[in-house]
Structure formats: C-alpha cells, structure tokens
Design a protein around this ligand. Sequence first.
Ligand SMILES: [Zn+2]
Length: 334
Amino acid sequence: MSTTESRKPATIDAIAKKSLSALGIDLGGTKIRAAIVRQNQMIGEPHQIKTPEGREQILAALYDLIAMFQNEAILGGIGIATAGIVDCTTGEIVGSTGNLPGWSGTKLKEVIESKFLLPVHVENDANAAAYAESRVDALKEKKCVVTVTLGTGIGGGIVIEGKLYHGAAWGAGEIGHIKIAQDNKRMCTCGLFDCWEAFGSGRGLVITAQEMLQNVSADQSPLAEKTESLTTHDIFAAADQDDFIAKKIVQRWHEHIMHGLVCIAHILNPDCYVLTGGLSDFVDFELLKEMVIDRCLPRIADAIDIRKSELAGQAGIIGAAQFALDELLTASQS
Ligand SMILES: [Zn+2]
C-alpha cells in the first residue's frame, strides 16, 4: 500500500464516527427489541416483538425486523446481543441457552451477513450491556467496570480499560456461576451446586424466602400463606409495608449479592460495579455498598463504587450496535 493510500484525513474519521448508524438488536428469551444506534445512543424508541419458538422462526423474525429498519435508515452494520456464549469472531452461538432452546450452534453472523450484505457483530447479551454501560460519560475513564445483571438469573460483563474481556473461550463474565456456598445447598440452572445465581437471582430470592418462611405463621407474615406461589414482587411489596420477615428476607438477599461482588472485587479490583436488570430496582445501594466495603481488603474497598445502570433496558441494544460501529471504524482506519 502506498503512503497516499494509507493516509486518511482525520476529519473523515470524525465525520464518519458521528454519522454512522447501526441497528442494535437485543434477542431475549421472551422478546426481541431493536433500534437504530448512533454514537452510543439509541435513536427513537425500540421496536419490540415477541420471541418466537424455534431457531428457524427466530431467524425469520430477525430477517423481517432488519428489513423493516433497512427501509427506514441507511445502516452501516448490525449488532446482535443474544443469550448464550458467543464466539465473536465467527458470530456463532457456542454455549447452551436455556431461554432459547435449540439456538446453540446457530451461525448467526454468517446467516445474517449473507442475507443482508452488511457487517454483523454478535455478542453475548450481558457482555453487550456491559460494553454500553462502561461507555457512559461518568465511567469512560474507569480502569475496570463490572456490570451485573440481576434478573431471573445473574449475568455479567467485564470491561477493562475500555475493552470488553472475553476470556480464553468467550466465557469471561459468567459471574452468575461463582460458587458462594458449600455442601450442595442449592442446584443452579447450569447443573452445578451453590452458584451465586442460585441465591442472588430472582429465582434464588424466592427459594431463600421459602426457606425462611418455613416456621413462620400467617400472623407473623402474610407471605407465609402463599409460600408455594411466592413471587419476588410479593416479597418486595411486603418488605415495603414493613413486614418484618420480608425485610429480613430482603436483607439476606443483599448478603447473597454481596458475596459475589466481594469475590469479584478481590480478583479484579474494579472501580465500579453497575447493577442492572429488573431486580436492580429493589437494591438498597447504600446498604449493599456498606456490606461490600466491610468485607473487602481496605485498598480494594476504597476504590469501589456501586451504582445503578443509567441505560435501563437499552444497554443490550446500544452495546451490540456499538460493537458493530467500532468494528466499522477500526476497519476504515486500517
Ligand atoms: Zn451455575
């Protein structure tokens, strides 16, 4: 390549960065959401459809969605956040996905690229969310940002000095499967015992409540009347109404979350945890931070901030699209 060919005026990159758009798609077990993303921001409200059952049906839904957005805007690329472990080089789903049966083995990048002739980046959904979270203005300069998704399960993503850490086999950030107890107390959805997710997730919280309500009468807590059909919503609502037992259950849930955060803190020494997912709305951040700091070595504790996501449900869409945009810009600079 000659010198003139390899040089590009800086202004072109700056202009390209501002005007490039990508479609971000967040493919979850119950819904698929998509929106146009430009410079870490979603343009307009996301379009949402129900996730159909079966691999071919999901692919057909994705084709329709992409075609719809292609009619609305000029897309530079497509980013897809999906459940499951993803090989980001090939864009293949390589790890099992309980919420999307039959999805593992799908060569998502290959099939979408060949159909739409656009560059596609496929990323694990928690990783995509973590990437977007770490790029908000307040966190851009941080050394290590760990995003923790608290929902039916626990997901995570690790961003070190602005780069998402994927690990040796694309499995980094599977923090929900850190072991936080002994003696095979609870089985996790992964088939192993005593994972963080088995305690700190919504499912874990309900089991904790059922255990703690075993010898409790309905007079002591109305929750005792419906232990079999208990939901996380019931527990938080009761705690809100000063139900003493419910408050103890929620306190125990905070302890469970603390155990995982403390474990990660001593390995990564992060300067920030971002908590997201439906259950993050019920976290008492002051209490949790106090618990974590209390249990960490002082130097590690001093550095830790724990904050709630500013991007709410948009992080997966933004992060996936931003990966696609970053790849386009890197390609244009080389
Ligand atoms: Zn597990």
